[in-house]
Design a protein around this ligand. Structure first.
Ligand SMILES: C[S@@+](CC[C@H](N)C(=O)[O-])C[C@H]1O[C@@H](n2cnc3c(N)ncnc32)[C@H](O)[C@@H]1O
Length: 351
């Protein structure tokens, strides 16, 4: 049954498609559902009543828990408001590990504190025996001078050459800001965010299931990291875009025996346990305290996968065509919205 869905994005309603997935059959489930914020999706209406939205969410969250293996993890991305309800539900059916705060400006903008993070709930199916890896990311540096951003004082000798362990606050991954770098989709995730979650919870060959696949970010990340994937997506246009991107994706985000996440020709995330194998591919400052002003460097730049220069966000030239049409549509809708607001204001002033 599973084979039919393996390494494909299947068009359809995830609640229907989940019925075909056996219990305890996939290693990780990740969901980035519609946030009920009236987003302009191509076919899905993102505005349900409060309780209707939560009831619907409980259905697919239950399915995520059901299909996840006993060693596996359940990850859900959303704004904090909805995550508080998800957590109450998940606490009854799985085991809380972390609330990952992904530092990025979000909606809705309130009149009190400005929302500045998305959350990713990280649960495991069982309390013990779950597959979880420690990760490392590169040291943060001053962009102009290149010095370490944090003052480690007299402790620089003790620094890890690659960088610190990843915590539950992620400040080094940015939302896709430029339309030229995104697909015609209102809320595509940055692919190296998915890389990090996949490295955190899986091994080579493991299966990652995403019931709200969008334009295939999870699938592409899984494929380039040598994992298998199952994607569900309601909108056939997003499925088409994903398929085209997947055709161009190679399973090559690897140095030696270790899978790593690249972004803009830099390695962004590694598994801590892989450093022993990876270190021989780097020029490491000696003495190590010089890391304060010397980055470690890959000895051979040819180790960087070639296609990432032309295909950084998984976007192909073909999609530029799609993008231009979609962004024109979005601009037209936005212009219309502004015109309505302006008219309403004028009417209010006149009254
Ligand atoms: C927040 S987006 C996911 C974006 C995705 N993470 C990416 O990076 O491209 C949510 C997606 O869920 C899809 N969707 C909405 N309802 C669905 C359903 N019942 N079954 C499957 N997909 C659905 C929407 O079409 C939309 O593409």
């Amino acid at each position: 049954m599973l084979d039919k869905y393996l390494n494909k994005i299947t068009q359809g309603d995830c609640l229907e498609l989940f019925k075909d997935i056996p219990d305890n059959s996939v290693d990780v489930t990740f969901a980035d559902p519609p946030f009920n914020l009236k987003k302009n999706y191509s076919s899905y209406k993102d505005s349900r009543e409060f309780q209707e939205y939560l009831d619907w969410c409980e259905k697919w969250i239950s399915e995520m828990v059901r299909v996840t293996k006993p060693t596996g993890s359940i990850l859900v991305h959303n704004i904090p408001k909805w995550l508080t309800y998800y957590a109450t539900f998940l606490n009854k059916h799985a085991h809380f590990k972390h609330w990952i705060a992904w530092d990025a400006p979000t909606a809705p903008m309130g009149k009190s504190l400005q929302p500045a993070h998305y959350g990713i709930l990280f649960y495991t199916k069982e309390q013990k025996g779950s597959k979880i890896y420690e990760l490392r990311y590169p040291h943060k540096r001053d962009r102009k001078q290149g010095y370490l951003w944090k003052d480690y004082g007299g402790k620089k000798d003790l620094l890890h050459p690659f960088g610190p362990l990843v915590s539950d606050v992620w400040t080094d991954i940015h939302r896709i800001k430029h339309n030229s770098k995104r697909d015609p989709h209102p809320c595509q995730l940055p692919i190296h965010l998915m890389d990090r979650l996949i490295l955190l919870t899986t091994d080579e060959g493991d299966i990652v299931l995403d019931p709200f696949s969008g334009t295939g970010t999870t699938a592409i990340s899984a494929k380039r990291l040598g994992r298998q994937f199952i994607g569900f997506e309601l909108d056939s246009k997003y499925v088409e875009i994903s398929e085209e991107k997947l055709e161009h994706t190679l399973s090559n985000f690897k140095i030696g025996e270790s899978w790593v996440s690249f972004y803009l020709n830099e390695i962004i995330t590694i598994k801590d346990k892989d450093w022993e194998n990876l270190s021989k591919y780097f020029l490491i400052p000696n003495p190590i305290k010089n890391i304060d002003f010397h980055r470690i460097e890959l000895l051979n730049k040819d180790l960087i996968p070639k296609e990432i220069e032309n295909f950084q966000n998984g976007k192909t030239n073909q999609q530029d065509k799609f993008y231009k049409i979609e962004s024109k549509k979005t601009t037209e809708i936005e212009n219309l919205d502004s015109a309505i607001i302006l008219t309403k204001n004028k009417i209010n002033q006149a009254l």
